[in-house]
Design a binder for this molecule. Structure first.
Ligand SMILES: Cc1cc2nc3c(=O)[nH]c(=O)nc-3n(C[C@H](O)[C@H](O)[C@H](O)COP(=O)(O)O)c2cc1C
Length: 397
């Protein structure tokens, strides 16, 4: 998608600039749902803090005119070393949210992960971008899991991400404070939010209902899920207390494609993922939305890499800048994922917004790699880092 950037993006110079714009664009309960984290926000803060503790030790006088940002992960080639993290209900914050992210990802040559809690049928998303990955919140019963995996495979998707950090529902106090309640009721409060946020109300909410009908949770199971606004909708996809490694072994036996386990932090769990036959893990504390105080993935990275063998170790949480991605890769990460900023970008300017976010990271990565004195991502290693102020996972057992 080329052409003049929308007005809304003129003052977006870095990913941080999307958040205040999204805060204004979206009704506060919905902005709060995206921005929010669990309890005291300790993990979401620490996700950023970790990056700030690492410095660079650049080299000079090297010819860096031939730089490239391509990378290979789990046998897949990408133009850039990051993708779009799975986010539920993205079509509530942006018109056709999942589709605009999928299209922008395709144009940029990066992966986008379709959430189990998304509102557009995954087959429609695959039609726009055949290379998306699918993230599952596993249903409880093996027969339902197998039916879901059949559907995902039939759609042509070959990378399955299973999220494991959401076994239990966390405290949603911050959602309640910001006024986000489920079910979303078509009441006076919603009417007021719509009236005071007309661009979202008309451009996303009403437009979605008029053009596509009531949004449903389309992709959690083999069939269509409940409508977003209904009382019976399973909106909260955490609460999968039955999850265990035996169930994951069944998934591994059934799923022929690449398997990635998301939401792992402990090095022993990395080792289990490897023993299971997973191709990759995404170290994650769910953007601080599950266990408050769960260690930042960046801190758990080196210990994870030690146990991963040839599995890809990816991470998400607080990634906002090219330098963040370079720091993670220098510590051994194969790839990174970006969540909230992509959601904000879509809510402000749809596909153009997401493309702009991707482009900002690309420009930063290109410049930063050169300033480090390197021409490729494969050349990154711990020797480019000053780790003096960095506190990695102090693993006790
Ligand atoms: C609004 C929102 C919805 C999310 N929904 C899901 C989901 O459905 N499945 C999942 O595995 N992770 C989900 N996540 C977590 C993200 O995949 C990712 O781990 C996290 O956002 C990364 O942190 P960041 O937002 O700081 O980049 C969600 C995050 C947000 C902000």
């Amino acid at each position: 998608m080329k052409g003049k950037p929308p007005r809304a993006l003129r003052r977006v110079y870095a990913l941080e600039d999307f958040e205040p714009l999204a805060r204004r664009r979206l009704p506060s309960p919905i902005f709060g749902y995206v921005a929010g984290a669990a309890e005291t926000n300790a993990s979401v803060r620490d996700n950023r803090a970790g990056f700030g503790e690492i410095g660079f030790l650049p080299r000079v006088g090297r010819d860096v005119s031939q730089r490239r940002l391509t990378c290979r992960v789990m046998g897949l080639d990408y133009d850039l070393p990051f993708g779009i993290a799975p986010m539920g209900a993205s079509a509530l914050t942006a018109y056709r949210g999942d589709l605009v992210m999928a299209r922008a990802a395709r144009e940029a040559g990066i992966p986008m992960v379709v959430s189990a809690a998304s509102l557009i049928p995954l087959e429609e998303i695959v039609a726009e971008n055949p290379d998306v990955w699918y993230q599952a919140y596993l249903p409880q019963h093996p027969a339902d899991i197998m039916a879901l995996l059949d559907r995902v495979a039939a759609s042509g998707i070959d990378t399955l991400v299973v999220t494991l950090d959401s076994a239990v529902v966390p405290s949603r106090e911050n959602n309640l404070r910001s006024g986000y309640r489920t079910p979303i009721r078509p009441d006076l409060r919603l009417f007021w939010q719509g009236a005071t946020h007309p661009r979202w109300a008309l451009g996303t909410f009403v437009r979605t209902f008029v053009q596509h009908g009531a949004p449903h949770f389309e992709n959690a199971t083999a069939g269509r899920g409940a409508p977003l606004l209904s009382r019976q909708a399973v909106r909260d996809f955490s609460g999968r207390e039955f999850l265990n490694w035996e169930l994951l072994a069944e998934v591994r036996r059934k799923w022929q494609g690449r398997l990635v386990l998301k939401g792992i932090l402990h090095p022993d769990d990395v080792a289990r993922a490897r023993a299971l036959g997973a191709q990759g893990v995404i170290l994650s504390n769910h953007g601080g939305r599950q266990l408050d105080g769960a260690v930042a993935p960046l801190r758990a990275l080196s210990a994870a890499v030690e146990r991963a063998g040839d599995m890809a170790v990816m991470l998400d949480g607080g990634v906002l800048r090219g330098t963040d991605i370079l720091k993670a890769m220098a510590l051994g990460a194969s790839f990174a994922f970006v969540g909230r900023p992509m959601n904000y970008a879509a809510s402000i300017a749809g596909q153009a917004g997401v493309a702009h976010a991707i482009d900002l990271l690309k420009v930063q990565l290109r410049a930063d790699l050169g300033m480090l004195g390197l021409v490729s991502l494969e050349a990154l290693g711990p020797e480019v880092l000053d780790l003096g102020g960095f506190r990695p996972l102090a693993f006790a057992g």
